[in-house]
Design a protein around this ligand. Structure first.
Ligand code: NOJ
Length: 675
C-alpha cells in the first residue's frame, strides 16, 4: 500500500514555545499554517486549544487519564521534554473513495512526568491542514505492567454555543436519526458529531485507530454549556479500559473545514491509522451485491425455516441468474443456516455450518461459480458472543472451504455476556479478532451493529464496510428515515468510514406482493421509503461503500430502465469531490472510477425541491463526454409521485456547467463517459 515515503525528522517546523508571565505555551501549526494548536500546563494539568486563523475553535481543554490506585494522576504533572517532527508521505489505498492519499502533518510529543505517582505519560498532537489528532501514550512504568483506566477526561471546550448534528450516546447502537441543536442542548452523543461555528467553520469530532480500548462517546458538562468531555463505555465492573503497558490510546480527532464538504474530502482519520498489516490481499474485491434480504424486512419472507423461508435453493439461483445478467458481482443470502428460531431470544441455536433443509449450499455455490457470481455469507450472532466465539473459527473456515470470500456479520439483540456493551473494550477486541480471523480465511467483512469505523480499514483492508447507521431497513418496519436523513449522513456517520446503508429501493410504496404482506406484515403494511426513485440512484454515488447493495427484490429491477445506472456505477474510486452541500439540505458528489475514465455524479436533496448549478470542471480537459442523466420528472415528489423519473442523454466538456433539478425528496444520478 505504501508508495512513496518522505519522512522529515526534526524538520524546521513551526512549533514555537512562548513563555507568558507564568505559563509556558507550546504552539504547533498545520503545514499550511491555517490551524494552530496550543499546549500548556495549568495547575500542573495538561491543556490544549485549537485555532483556525483568528478563530478560536476549541477553548482551554483538559487532557486527563484517571487510573485505579493512582489518585495523584490527574494533577502533579510537569513537562519533561518536547519532541517535534514533520512528516510527509503519499500512500495508496487498496480500495476506497480516492486512490492516493497524502499524509502531511506536524507533530508535537509532550513527555510528562507525575512525581506524586512516579508516572510518565506522553501526549501526541498531530496537526494536519484538515484537523488535529491527540492521543495519549502510557509507556511501561517501573511499578506496573497492567493498568485500569477508570476515566479519560479529554475535553472539547467548544468556543461557542454552535449548531451541531448528533445522535445519542447509546452504548449499543448508532442507529438513530440525527438531531440538529445547539451544543448546549446535547446530553450525550456518539461520534462523529459535526458542528458549524457562527463563523461558518465546520468541525467534526471523532476518533481514529480504536484498538484495545473502549469506544468514546461525549457527554456535555452541566455547569459549562459548551464543554464536551470523553465518556468511555465501561466494562461490567465500571472500569473503562484494562490493558498491559505500553498502551497507545486511539486518536481523538477534530476535523476542520471551510465548507461542510471539506470534512468529507478529509483523509485525516485514515492518516492517523497504521499502514496495512496484511499480506496476500488478492481475495479483496469491492463489489455491488443483491440479496435475499429485503423480503425478510418487509415481512414477505422469513429468516427461519417455514412456508415463507427466503433462503431456498431455488430463490438463490434466481438471484444468481439476475446478478450474472446485470453486472452485479455478489449475492447475499441471509437465513440459509439452521437455528434462526432462537434469534432475539438468546440466539442459542444458530449453527453456522448447517444449512437448512431447503437450501443446498454446495449446489448454490457451484451454481454461482458457474455464473461468475460470489456468494456473500451471513452470521447473525444475535450478540451472543460466547456462542459465536465458540463457532466462528469453524464457521469462517467452512466458508473458506466453499470458496466464499465475503461475510456479513450481524449483532442484533441483547448483549451476552450481560453487562457488556457493543461499544466497550470487550467488543472492540471481539470485532477486531473477527476481522483478523476472517483474513486468515481470505474473507472480507461487512459488519452490522458494529463498533464505529475509525479508519482501521487502512490497517486491515478486509474490513470493508459496516452498518452502524439507521439504514434502509428502518423504512420497512418503522416510521422510516425522513428525506433529510441521507443529506445528513455524508457529513456525520460517513466521515468515519464506509456505510452499508443499502440503497436502491424502486418499489418505494412497497406495493409488490401486497396480498402476501397483508397477511403477515401487520402494522408494517403501510410503511414506505421517503424518497424519489432518482434519489435512490443518487445514493449509489453519495453514500460510499466498497460493498454496495442494490437492496430491492430483484423482480422490482427486472426490465426497469433505471437499473442500468446501478449496473454501470462502480464501487472503487480514483477521486472524490464534493461539489456542493449543506448539512441536512442537499449534497452533490462526483467520483471518478478507478478502472476507467468514467465519472459519476450523485446529488440528493431533503424534502425541499431545488435547482443546483454545478461546474463540470472535474472532467478531463480536451475531452468530450457523453452523459446519461437519471433525474426527477417535473411533477415528481417523494410523497405523492415518487417513481416518476426521466432519462436524458447529453454531451459535455469540462468548461460546461449543468443545472441539476431535484424534486422534493429527490435526486439525480449521472454517468459521464468519454466519447
Ligand atoms: C440487522 C442487520 O442490520 C440487517 O441488515 C440484517 O438483515 C438483520 N440484522 C438480520 O441479521
Amino acid at each position: 500500500m505504501q508508495t512513496t515515503s518522505k519522512v522529515l525528522l526534526f524538520a524546521l517546523i513551526a512549533i514555537i514555545t512562548i513563555t507568558c508571565s507564568n505559563r509556558k505555551t507550546y504552539q504547533i501549526f498545520s503545514p499550511d499554517k491555517n490551524l494552530k494548536g496550543e499546549f500548556f500546563m495549568e495547575s500542573n494539568e495538561p491543556y490544549y486549544t485549537l485555532w483556525k486563523g483568528d478563530e478560536l475553535l476549541i477553548d482551554s481543554s483538559r487532557l486527563v487519564l484517571k487510573m485505579k490506585n493512582k489518585p495523584g494522576l490527574d494533577k502533579n504533572f510537569e513537562v519533561v521534554e518536547t519532541i517535534k517532527e514533520s512528516r510527509e508521505n503519499t500512500w495508496t489505498q487498496h480500495w476506497g473513495e480516492v486512490k492516493e492519499i497524502t499524509d502531511k502533518h506536524n507533530e508535537l510529543k509532550i513527555v510528562l512526568f507525575n512525581d506524586q505517582e512516579n508516572y510518565n505519560i506522553n501526549i501526541y498532537f498531530r496537526l494536519f491542514d484538515d484537523g488535529l489528532g491527540i492521543r495519549y501514550e502510557i509507556p511501561k512504568q517501573n511499578d506496573s505492567k497492567n493498568i485500569e483506566i477508570t476515566e479519560e477526561i479529554t475535553e472539547f471546550n467548544i468556543a461557542g454555543d454552535y449548531s451541531a448534528w448528533w445522535i445519542p450516546g447509546d452504548p449499543d447502537s448508532y442507529e438513530f436519526l440525527y438531531n440538529n441543536t445547539k451544543i448546549s442542548e446535547i446530553d450525550s452523543v456518539n461520534t462523529p458529531i459535526t458542528i458549524q461555528t457562527d463563523n461558518n467553520t465546520f468541525l467534526s469530532i471523532h476518533e481514529a485507530a480504536l484498538t484495545n480500548y473502549a469506544g468514546m462517546r461525549l457527554k456535555r458538562n452541566n455547569e459549562h454549556n459548551t464543554l464536551l468531555t470523553s465518556d468511555l463505555i465501561p466494562w461490567p465492573d465500571g472500569i473503562k479500559v484494562k490493558s498491559k503497558l505500553p498502551l497507545l490510546t486511539p486518536w481523538r480527532t477534530i476535523q476542520v473545514g471551510d465548507k461542510a464538504g471539506d470534512l468529507i474530502e478529509s483523509d485525516m482519520i485514515l492518516n492517523l491509522n497504521d499502514p496495512n498489516k496484511l499480506n496476500n490481499l488478492s481475495y479483496l474485491e469491492p463489489m455491488k451485491y443483491v440479496g435475499i434480504w429485503w423480503g425478510m424486512h418487509i415481512d414477505l419472507n422469513t429468516w427461519e425455516e417455514g412456508p415463507r423461508h427466503g433462503a431456498t435453493t431455488e430463490a438463490a439461483k434466481r438471484y444468481i441468474d439476475f446478478a450474472s445478467n446485470h453486472n452485479i458481482k455478489g449475492v447475499l443470502i441471509e437465513g440459509w443456516n439452521k437455528g434462526w428460531e432462537s434469534w432475539l431470544s438468546g440466539n442459542n441455536a444458530q449453527d453456522y455450518t448447517q444449512h437448512t433443509d431447503d437450501f443446498d449450499i454446495e449446489e448454490v455455490v457451484k451454481y454461482a461459480k458457474e455464473q461468475g457470481v460470489e456468494l456473500i455469507g451471513h452470521h447473525e450472532t444475535g450478540s451472543n458472543i460466547p456462542m459465536y466465539e465458540k463457532q466462528r473459527g469453524e464457521a469462517l473456515k467452512y466458508y473458506k472451504n466453499l470458496g466464499i470470500h465475503t461475510v456479513k456479520t450481524a449483532y442484533g439483540g441483547q448483549m451476552n455476556p450481560e453487562g457488556t456493551y457493543h461499544h466497550g473494550q470487550y467488543m472492540v477486541h471481539h470485532y477486531r479478532e473477527v476481522v483478523k480471523l476472517a483474513h486468515q480465511n481470505e474473507i472480507m467483512i461487512d459488519a452490522h451493529e458494529p463498533i464505529k469505523p475509525t479508519g482501521i480499514r487502512r490497517t486491515y483492508p478486509n474490513m470493508m464496510t459496516r452498518g452502524g447507521v439507521r439504514g434502509m431497513e428502518y423504512n420497512a418496519w418503522s416510521d422510516g428515515n425522513p428525506p433529510d436523513h441521507t443529506t445528513i449522513l455524508p457529513f456525520t456517520r460517513m466521515l468515519a468510514g464506509p456505510l452499508d446503508y443499502t440503497p436502491g429501493i424502486f418499489d418505494i410504496m412497497l406495493k409488490k406482493h401486497e396480498n402476501v404482506r397483508k397477511k403477515h406484515a401487520g402494522k408494517n403494511l403501510n410503511r414506505r421509503v421517503h424518497t424519489t426513485l432518482a434519489k435512490q440512484l443518487g445514493l449509489f454515488v453519495v453514500l460510499y461503500s466498497p460493498l454496495q447493495m442494490a437492496a430491492d427484490l430483484i423482480e422490482n429491477y427486472e426490465g426497469h430502465p433505471a437499473f442500468k445506472f446501478i449496473e454501470d456505477v462502480p464501487v472503487d474510486w480514483e477521486q472524490t469531490h464534493v461539489l456542493n452541500g449543506e448539512i441536512g439540505d442537499y449534497i452533490t458528489i462526483v467520483r471518478k472510477d478507478r478502472n476507467s475514465n468514467e465519472w459519476y455524479l450523485g446529488s440528493i436533496t431533503d424534502e425541499n425541491k431545488r435547482d443546483l448549478t454545478v461546474s463540470l470542471d472535474f472532467l478531463d480537459e480536451n475531452k468530450t463526454y457523453k452523459a446519461e442523466i437519471y433525474k426527477d420528472a417535473k411533477n415528481t415528489h417523494w410523497e405523492t409521485n415518487p417513481t416518476e423519473y426521466i432519462i436524458e442523454k447529453a454531451t459535455f466538456r469540462e468548461e460546461d456547467s449543468l443545472k441539476l433539478e431535484l424534486a422534493e425528496g429527490g435526486g439525480t444520478a449521472i454517468r459521464f463517459y468519454p466519447e
